[in-house]
Design a protein around this ligand. Structure first.
Ligand SMILES: NC(=O)c1ccc[n+]([C@@H]2O[C@H](COP(=O)([O-])OP(=O)(O)OC[C@H]3O[C@@H](n4cnc5c(N)ncnc54)[C@H](OP(=O)(O)O)[C@@H]3O)[C@@H](O)[C@H]2O)c1
Length: 239
């Protein structure tokens, strides 16, 4: 990928700012290749570049909580997520805690309490699950995270957002993965999609950014398209 000048942080923070802070909302942030793959060699990292990572940092700086599915934690690691000192100061100057929290959604709770997601967390992480999840695993994770039980037999996405809002985590940045995106889409809870269009064709059998949702049309409007060298940072909001 070509080396391109970085987009400056102030531009990114202004470009991704939420219009107001009145209600819970969900922003998805994904990267995809031109031919529609969400992964390269099983992970997303190889598709992005420095500008994509800077945009992700800006979105994290603007979020109350970074939400991910357990599949993404297992595939990508996700340990010790933290915004920079400058971004932490920016947050504090706007009345927010220094760092966003992190939350993982899981039904089976097949997550090790010693995983860096928990051990390297800079604030106490959250686990979102349901009442029928394995009890022993729930207890083990409760030692290292706040466990939110949202739903009886499956995680109810609307109940999850209400539970997060009760923790003052109304602005949700969801960084994946595709199945979590699919369940939020099915529940019609996706307010924004920020997509980094990676200037690559990768072939292979990598899946799309949203999977498992039933077919239905959700109209979106373009908020911005920021060219960053050959990559394009797209921000779409619910029409
Ligand atoms: N291109 C990108 O920007 C991007 C972003 C993120 C991830 N990815 C890639 O996506 C792949 C992972 O895909 P994935 O679809 O498996 O990821 P995922 O959506 O993060 O994980 C799926 C898992 O999350 C839990 N989960 C999600 N929605 C749930 C719900 N409504 N209720 C209960 N549990 C729920 C379940 O965990 P349990 O199995 O523990 O019950 C489920 O198996 C990786 O290759 C990763 O690199 C790409």
């Amino acid at each position: 990928m070509n080396a391109t000048p970085p987009i400056d942080r102030e531009t990114l923070l202004a470009s991704y700012a939420w219009p107001d802070r009145e209600r819970a909302r969900v922003r998805m942030n994904f990267v995809a290749s031109i031919d529609g793959s969400a992964t390269l060699e099983g992970r997303s990292g190889g598709l992005g570049d420095e500008n994509d990572r800077r945009a992700m940092q800006a979105m994290r700086t603007l979020a109350d909580v970074v939400l991910v599915g357990a599949g993404t934690v297992r595939a990508e690691g996700y340990g010790g997520l933290a915004v920079s000192e400058a971004d932490a100061a920016w947050r504090v100057s706007r009345g927010r805690p220094e760092q966003p929290r992190v939350a993982v959604v899981s039904s089976r709770l097949d997550l090790d309490a010693r995983h860096p997601f928990f051990e390297a967390a800079v604030r106490r992480p959250l686990v979102v699950t349901h009442a029928a999840a394995p009890e022993a695993r729930r207890r083990a994770l409760a030692a290292v995270a706040d466990v939110l039980v949202c739903g009886e037999e499956a995680v109810d996405p609307a109940a999850m957002l209400r539970a997060l809002a009760r923790e003052s985590l109304g602005e949700v940045l969801c960084e994946g993965g595709p199945h979590l995106f699919g369940s939020l889409l099915d529940a019609d809870l996706v307010d924004e999609v920020c997509l980094s269009l990676s200037p690559t064709l990768v072939g292979g059998d990598g899946g799309r950014i949203a999977r498992g949702a039933r077919e239905s049309v959700h109209r979106m409007r373009l908020v911005h398209a920021l060219p960053a060298g050959d990559l394009v940072l797209l921000r779409y909001a619910r029409a």
